[in-house]
Design a protein around this ligand. Sequence first.
Ligand SMILES: [Fe+2]
Length: 259
Amino acid sequence: MIDIHCHPLPEVDDGAKSFEIAVEMLKMAAEDGITHVVATPHCNFRYAFDLGQNKKATAELQKAIGDTPQILLGCDMHLSYDNIRRLTQDRAPFTINGTHYVLVEFAEHFIPEQMDNVFYEIQVAGLTPILTHPERNAVCRRKIQHLYNWVTRGCLVQVTAQSYTGGFGSEALRAVEQLLDLNLIQIVASDAHDTRHRPPLLSPAYEKMASERGKQLAELLFTKNPEAVIQGKPLPPGPLPISPDAKGKKRKWWSVFKR
Ligand SMILES: [Fe+2]
């Protein structure tokens, strides 16, 4: 499995509180069967994003843990006006492993209609936005049609593994199930911040998905799609998104397994 959203770099944001905890997190990820971890420090009004510091921390951690998991760099980009400018003017510091994929997180009180333009601007700059954990956002949960519109225009959706196993409450869990029913999720990631409350584990969610929705989908969302992202390649064929308006006429996901 490949984890494209994680906060193991020590003392750069609200993730790992020390180098030792960071090492523990990465060892835990390796034991869970995770081969690559993308370290994605926050870039928002609370935490400055310092690429030099992040690269240094990554090299030190890799040396401490050995080859597995391989640590790559990205950014958990808060969609503020300033950040959008920074991203579209110089993408290099912020994208995942230097590819055209970038993790984006909504501002606190975002207005979905305005995001149409934001995503358009990001895509015109040659980037592919990966929207992080919409299932944990009350506005997103109420506006699934917007998610459908963004996904059909090339935006990707990443949900948190712990949301799918109930760790973020019943509403987030229900939203993940609904998004899965509509084929609106491309990637599951840990968004881990520590070893206890938000640990870097994907296998519990993988096992649940494999048993309830089939191994083919689990492989796609936990391994194949994230692998394409870190390599900067197009995603492999997957189930086509279904509009929430088509409710009641829901098709089985494997009958539309093509892109
Ligand atoms: Fe995050």
